[in-house]
Design a protein around this ligand. Structure first.
Ligand code: AMP
Length: 233
């Protein structure tokens, strides 16, 4: 199991972003890395799910989009990320952003505005059949959002969260049909994004392995790069 070993503070502000299909382990690895580095983690999926709980017309529309497995508009996601990044002082780990080219361009502009270096891009690659297996077995705490898996990471408290006893539920967008659709959408949208980042600090990591092995690779990548995070030209 991934264990927190205490913050290893980076010397300068930095941005690490995770590219990965739904089910690739981005959520688990990014929040673990965030604890290790003492840098906050921003999950656009979490932000949007919490907005969608609002009892307003906008909350209702957002719920419809999330349940369908489609992407939320670039405009809405960029506004949420922009507001957060303009407040953060020590950098950020991004889970689920950018997902489209316009979002990547928006992020670069924001980093230049803040005087932050180029992001370290980590692409967690997992084959399709494994993604599908993970997503349909995934369960999430309805209270704190902690992620479990019925096979590889069951809760020690059965159908309750180990941290707060919240009920473990399947996300609406983890049903098999929706999962397949989301994976297809990721494959189509990630190709241009990977091209966009390939010339810079882009790392492809095999995310199908044991989470501890993946985590060890990530820590090595980010600590090695702490000294040499590239600046914008
Ligand atoms: P995730 O938790 O990252 O799997 O995201 C869950 C859902 O939130 C996605 O299926 C999208 O509907 C929405 N979402 C999250 N991040 C983005 C993004 N960067 N752009 C558009 N939609 C997003």
């Amino acid at each position: 199991m991934l264990m927190a070993t205490g913050p290893t503070k980076p010397s300068t502000a930095r941005v690490i972003l995770f590219l990965g299909a739904p089910g690739s382990g981005k959520g688990t690895q990014s929040s673990w890395l965030s604890q290790q580095l003492g840098v906050s983690c921003l999950s656009t999926g979490e932000i949007l799910r919490s907005e969608a709980k609002r009892n307003t017309p906008a909350g209702y529309r957002l719920r419809q989009v999330l349940c369908s497995g489609s992407l939320v508009s670039d405009e809405m996601v960029c506004a949420a990320v922009g507001a957060r990044l303009r407040r953060d002082a020590a950098g950020v780990i991004l889970d689920g952003f950018p997902r489209t080219l316009p979002q990547a361009v928006f992020l670069d502009d924001l980093l230049v505005e803040r005087g932050w270096p180029r992001p370290t891009v980590i692409h967690l690659h997992v084959p399709r059949h494994e993604l599908l297996r993970r997503m349909t077995l995934r369960r999430q705490c309805a209270v704190c959002g902690a992620i479990y898996n019925l096979v590889s990471r069951p809760s020690l408290r059965g159908s309750r969260c180990e941290k707060d006893g919240g009920a473990l539920v399947q996300r609406d967008d983890d049903s098999e049909a929706t999962a397949l659709r989301r994976i297809g959408e990721f494959e189509a949208l990630s190709a241009p994004l990977i091209e966009y980042y390939r010339g810079s600090d882009y790392r492809r990591v095999d995310g199908s392995r044991d989470p501890d092995l993946v985590a060890a690779d990530l820590l090595e990548i980010v600590t090695r790069e702490e000294v040499c995070a590239p600046a914008f030209a």
